[in-house]
Ligand binder design. Structure first.
Ligand code: GLA
Length: 388
């Protein structure tokens, strides 16, 4: 990122220099998909892709926003006194939502600010650009006004923004990964207790490879919210048979014994995914700790199949990318990552096999889908922080 160009733009747009420069990363989830709103485990890591933000405190209550990613939207103005969702306010609904969420928590912001952002996360790819923007805003505002909030609070405020301001009933994974990421480690997070451990990504001779299908599903939020409702329905039925708080409190064997109470086959498959995916995630982390990348990759493949067949959040393009990956020797595992319905796959690939994988995607993906895939070798970075 050209930080000098950002500083210059800030002065051009707002007339003065910024007080601080901040960064919040996107994330990729290695395994543990659609478990975070089911009280389960996730295993994401923060990327070195992210969003940078420059902020300057103002004396009045005005908020002024500018994004170098959407320069055509120009300068967008608002006020601390009108923190309401407005479709026309486009991307600024996220920072406004964070301020609203702070207010809901009783955290008062004394004055407005100018905020300029520039990001390098491919948007709509399922790499959590919105979570990064929420965490970035929370951090920049916290530091600028000296608010008593820790990084977990910032993740929770971001989730509240997403859920209650922007209308996506997401879990905590994305914001937590953006706030709490650690270089070269993945975060093993228990989303029910918010307890976590960093697991070093000692992949030795292999890399995490992200492949963007470039499919953006327009109904992501309604389909996502529907999955969440189906899980809630399954939980209320299973609770008549077991003393559980969340679907992921069940082990697969227990689930098999009582699943009959659900009745509906679609809802049974949704619950099955959540229960088995949580079990896979816990086992996958054990495999990684033992440096067993093959077994880890095998669990990633099983995760994809479950998302494809039981949870139905994959799509033909991401299925094709996973199948291409599975057919290349030296690919340990590959699966769709994130909320789904398009977006990216994540794969663990031996260094010696990356070129063969790229060549096979180039040869087959566009021919079969009419779209071009983008492939990135991921670097795992730190969570949100102040740069200067
Ligand atoms: C989206 C949500 C997360 C999580 C994933 C699926 O990224 O924001 O909370 O539910 O989907 O694992």
């Amino acid at each position: 990122m050209d930080l000098q160009a950002m500083s210059k733009k800030f002065t051009d747009v707002f007339g003065e220099k910024a007080d601080g420069l901040y960064f919040a990363p996107g994330r990729v989830n290695l395994i543990g998909e659609h478990t975070d709103y089911n009280g389960g485990h996730v295993f994401p890591c923060a990327l070195t892709f992210g969003i940078y933000g420059l902020i300057r405190r103002r004396a009045d209550r005005t908020l002024r926003f500018f994004s170098m990613n959407f320069p055509e939207a120009g300068l967008i103005e608002s006020s601390l006194d009108s923190l309401i969702y407005d479709k026309k306010a486009s991307w600024t609904n996220y920072p406004k939502g964070v301020l609203w969420a702070m207010g809901q928590r009783g955290v008062q912001i004394p004055s407005g600010f100018d905020f300029l952002i520039n990001g390098d996360i491919p948007s709509g790819a399922g790499l959590s650009s919105s979570a990064a923007l929420e965490v970035l805003t929370g951090l920049a505002v916290r530091d600028t006004f000296g608010l008593a909030l820790d990084m977990t609070d910032l993740a929770l405020l971001g989730q509240k923004t997403e859920n209650d301001f922007c209308g996506l009933s997401s879990g905590i994974m994305d914001q937590f990964a953006s706030a709490m990421g650690k270089k070269d480690s993945a975060i093993f997070l228990d989303t029910q207790k918010l307890e976590y451990a960093y697991v070093p990504l000692a992949l030795k001779h292999s890399q995490i490879v992200i492949t963007n299908s470039n499919v953006k599903h327009s109904l992501v939020s309604s389909a996502y919210n529907e999955r969440r409702q189906q899980c809630a329905k399954a939980l209320s039925l299973l609770q008549t048979k077991a003393d559980i708080k969340a679907l992921c409190d069940l082990k697969p064997e227990q689930f098999e014994q009582i699943k009959g109470v659900i009745g509906d086959p679609v809802i049974t498959r949704r619950a099955k995914h959540a229960v088995y995916e949580d079990d896979r995630t816990v086992r996958a982390v054990e495999c990684l700790k033992k440096n067993d990348i093959r077994a880890f990759g095998q669990l990633m493949n099983e995760s994809h199949i479950s998302l494809r067949d039981d949870y139905e959040t994959s799509c033909p393009e991401t299925d094709l990318l996973a199948e291409i990956a599975w057919s290349v020797p030296g690919v340990y595992g590959s699966r769709i990552t994130g909320g789904g319905f398009g977006g990216c796959t994540v794969s663990i690939i031996d260094n010696d096999a990356i070129d063969a994988y790229k060549a096979k995607v180039d040869a087959e993906y566009e021919k079969k889908t009419g779209k071009k895939a983008d492939i990135y070798v991921a670097s795992v970075g730190d969570g949100a922080h102040r740069i200067e």
